[in-house]
Design a protein around this ligand. Structure first.
Ligand SMILES: [Zn+2]
Length: 98
């Protein structure tokens, strides 16, 4: 995991980008306290779901992650965007002319 700071609220989290679609973000208490979006949610305490359910993501942080990934600051383990279709190459190859 690599440290990344939210451009908006300066919360520092650990990020691991497994692919363009999948990002793991690890929050610590300090980051949670700093993040405006998450602090907001805690203050008003009206989030959906049961306690302990996954908390809302910080939109600014998500944008920061994407920007960092595009800039090459975050390593992406699998850069393939979509799995390639399997090509059926059973078609007979034309016999060479003699
Ligand atoms: Zn934030």
């Amino acid at each position: 995991m690599q440290p990344l700071q939210c451009a908006e609220c300066k919360a520092q989290v650990l990020v691991q980008k497994n692919s363009w679609e999948h990002t793991a973000v690890q929050w610590n208490d300090q980051a949670r306290a700093r993040c405006i979006e998450i602090a907001d949610e805690r203050e008003f305490g009206r989030r959906e779901g049961r306690p302990g359910s996954p908390r809302k993501q910080c939109g600014a942080l998500t944008a920061s992650i994407i920007a960092a990934a595009k800039a090459g600051d975050i390593e992406i383990f699998d850069e393939t965007p979509v799995p390639k279709p399997i090509i059926d190459d059973n078609e007979p190859v034309p016999a060479p002319f003699h």
